[in-house]
Structures are given as structure tokens and as C-alpha cells.
Design a protein around this ligand. Structure first.
Ligand SMILES: NC(=O)c1ccc[n+]([C@@H]2O[C@H](COP(=O)([O-])OP(=O)(O)OC[C@H]3O[C@@H](n4cnc5c(N)ncnc54)[C@H](OP(=O)(O)O)[C@@H]3O)[C@@H](O)[C@H]2O)c1
Length: 340
């Protein structure tokens, strides 16, 4: 028998991908329901070759449903996730609301699958930030071999990470740049995003870092190892889908670049594309629609004792959100629900 699965936020960027991925991976679902806000009532969304009519999250009764994949943002999650969890439905949440709650597991299945055992604390599992998810998939196998001390990461994050409104703003503003009088003022982003880059994602914290940068550090500690120090600079770039990261890693032990490349080739969820020639690396447009975290430009950093540089690219709506959530659901099915 299969599961009864809820997708909350089904009209959004992440929710639509969740439905696609549930169908692509033939997740064992007997029934799938698509939920969104009242204004989207009846909106049609695709689930494999079926079409689902969206229902209202606010009036939905979670009793009798097994798993709810949430992608509705923190405010709505605060209201509806506890409601689902209380009704016995396990919530896998994409917002940042529960990520730092010590009782709630924060999971990337390739990295810390064992954390799923703690699901019954609150009946909620958190999905990490998109930038963290792809980075830790690449870091974990290297950490296991040579112990990571410190990571310096600069991100190049696509506008789809800011939801439907982010995609629309880049599209409209880009067109507006060519038509005198039709320029679009920044609304979703802090400054013009078309033909520009913005070194701010989320709000500023007291020490001058942004919350997105703080999230990468806090989540890496929770998922991989609390001893790893991370300093991040998160930048929004005019790319529709696909986050890129330039990652500098300092290890406790020496790790040769050839061995690192081999370790990454064997690592779950990683695809190494690393030819030392023009074009021998992956860019965001090439990773759209893929499951993998791509690693390129693997090279020694000889300016520090045990240093390595890598370039990490992934589809932020997939490994950064929807795919990771569906993988967690698979893990939950295999390790917890099957034995209930
Ligand atoms: N995009 C990414 O790369 C990414 C990565 C990791 C995590 N996340 C997180 O995933 C969540 C969704 O992101 P997104 O990019 O999919 O955003 P989005 O494209 O703006 O979609 C938001 C979805 O949430 C629904 N929603 C919002 N408020 C609601 C409410 N009060 N009641 C019911 N439904 C409500 C919307 O329904 P309507 O269409 O009816 O308004 C829509 O389906 C956010 O928490 C985000 O931080 C996103």
C-alpha cells in the first residue's frame, strides 16, 4: 500500500517541482492532494500525466494523510505545519522556521540520513536552505577523508530562490531595460537585478552578515559537523534557475586534488565535470532539471597549508528544495513509516 501525500504550496516554484519529482521518481503514493492559498482554489497543476485541482490549505483536514511536503514560506508554515503534525501527518518543511530547532531533524539524505530517526519529536523534518544543501553534498565526502576546519564560500544565487515574484522581476526588468519609459523599479530585490548582481540575500544581522550567510554556517554545522567554521558571502545574480558556489576549503589533513576528485566521483548525489580546458566545467543553465550536485574546477589552494578550491552548481529548485524534500520522504518511508 502507498502513502497519502499532501503538497502544500503546489502553485509555487518549489511545490510544482515537488509534484514533478514525486511523479518522476514514482514515489509510492496512493493519493496526492495539491494545496495553496484560497486565491488559487481550483488552479490546475500537473502531477505526472494527471492534472490536480488545487484546494485551500486553510480548510484542509490533515487527518488520515501520511506525509505533507510544505513549501509555503515561514508565516503560513507557522500556522499550518503544527496543525498537520498534530493530526499525525509528518511535515517535511522547506521554510527556515524549524531548521534551527534542536528537536527537529534537518536532513540532506546523502549526508545525515540517520537524523530521520528523530522525526517523532515533533512530527516535523526541516529541509535546508538551497545553498547549504548543494554545498554539504560536496563537503561531506571530503570531510570524511580529511576533516574540514574552515570553509570560505561565495554564492551566485538565481532569482528563482526568491519565489515566483523573483523570476517575474528579473524577466520584466530585463525587458523594461530595452523600452524607454517601461523601466521596472526593484520590488522583490533590494536593487536592480537585471544586468546586475546584489550582495544581499535576506536581512542584515547585527554583525554585518546577512541571514542567508548565517544560515549557511548554522546549517552546515547542524548537518555535517558543529566544528566546521563557515564564512559566506551570498550574492543574487541575474540567472533564472541554478545556484553556483565558489568554495574554498581548509582541511586538518592534506588532501591531494586528484584524490579529492576521485572521492567526489564516488560520492552519492555528486557529478564531477572537471576538464582543465575551455568549457570543461558546469554552469547553472546546464544543471536545470537535473538531480545532481555538479562539482568542477577542483584544484589545490597552495596559499594555505591544506587547501582546496571547488566550484559547485545545482538546480536550486531540485536539490536545493523539492528533490531533497522528496528524498527525505523516501527515507521516512523506508526507515520509519514502514516499521510503524
Ligand atoms: N525557491 C527555492 O530555491 C527554495 C529553496 C529552498 C527553500 N525554499 C522555500 O520554499 C518555500 C516556497 O518557496 P517558492 O520559491 O516555491 O515560493 P513561491 O513560488 O512564491 O510559492 C509560494 C507558494 O506558497 C503558497 N502560499 C503562500 N502563502 C500561503 C498561505 N498563507 N496559505 C496557503 N498557501 C500559501 C502559494 O500559494 P498561492 O499561489 O495561492 O499564493 C504558493 O503555492 C519558501 O519557504 C522558501 O523559502 C525555496
Amino acid at each position: 500500500m502507498g502513502y497519502r501525500v499532501v503538497v502544500a504550496g503546489a502553485t509555487g516554484n518549489v511545490g510544482r517541482e515537488m509534484l514533478n519529482i514525486l511523479a518522476e521518481r514514482q514515489f509510492p503514493a496512493d493519493e496526492v492532494v495539491a494545496l495553496a492559498s484560497r486565491k488559487s482554489l481550483g488552479t490546475e497543476v500537473s502531477y505526472g500525466d494527471k492534472t490536480l485541482k488545487t484546494k485551500d490549505l486553510d480548510t484542509f483536514d490533515f487527518a488520515g494523510w501520511d506525509i505533507a511536503l510544505f513549501a509555503v514560506g515561514s508565516e503560513a508554515t507557522k500556522i499550518y505545519a503544527p496543525r498537520a503534525a498534530k493530526a499525525g501527518c509528518v511535515v517535511i518543511d522547506n521554510s527556515s522556521l524549524y531548521r534551527y530547532d534542536p528537536a527537529v531533524p534537518l536532513i540532506v539524505p546523502e549526508v545525515n540520513p540517520e537524523a530521520v530517526e528523530k522525526v517523532r519529536n515533533k512530527n516535523i523534518i526541516a529541509n535546508p536552505n538551497c545553498s547549504t544543501a548543494q554545498m554539504v553534498v560536496a563537503l561531506k565526502p571530503l570531510h570524511d577523508r580529511a576533516r574540514i576546519k574552515r570553509v570560505v564560500v561565495s554564492t551566485y544565487q538565481s532569482v528563482s530562490g526568491a519565489g515566483k515574484a523573483g523570476i517575474d522581476e528579473l524577466w520584466d526588468q530585463t525587458k523594461g531595460c530595452y523600452v524607454p519609459g517601461q523601466e521596472i523599479e526593484p520590488e522583490k530585490f533590494q536593487k536592480q537585478i537585471a544586468f546586475n548582481v546584489i550582495p544581499q540575500i535576506d536581512v542584515f544581522m547585527e554583525d554585518g552578515t546577512t541571514r542567508e550567510e548565517w544560515k549557511m554556517a548554522a546549517e552546515t554545522k547542524k548537518i555535517v559537523d558543529p566544528k566546521i567554521k563557515v564564512t559566506a558571502t551570498c550574492v543574487r545574480v541575474p540567472v533564472f534557475v541554478g545556484h553556483s558556489e565558489a568554495v574554498n576549503i581548509e582541511f586538518e589533513e592534506f588532501l591531494d586534488e586528484d584524490e579529492a576528485r576521485e572521492i567526489l566521483r564516488q560520492a552519492p548525489g555528486v557529478l564531477v565535470v572537471d576538464k582543465r580546458e575551455t568549457g570543461g566545467y558546469v554552469t547553472p543553465v546546464e544543471c536545470v532539471g537535473d538531480y545532481a550536485t555538479f562539482v568542477s574546477r577542483i584544484r589545490q589552494d597552495s596559499t594555505i597549508e591544506n587547501g582546496l578550491n571547488i566550484w559547485v552548481v545545482s538546480d536550486n529548485l531540485r536539490k536545493g528544495a523539492a528533490l531533497n524534500a522528496v528524498q527525505i520522504a523516501e527515507l521516512l518511508g523506508n526507515r520509519v513509516l514502514q516499521h510503524a
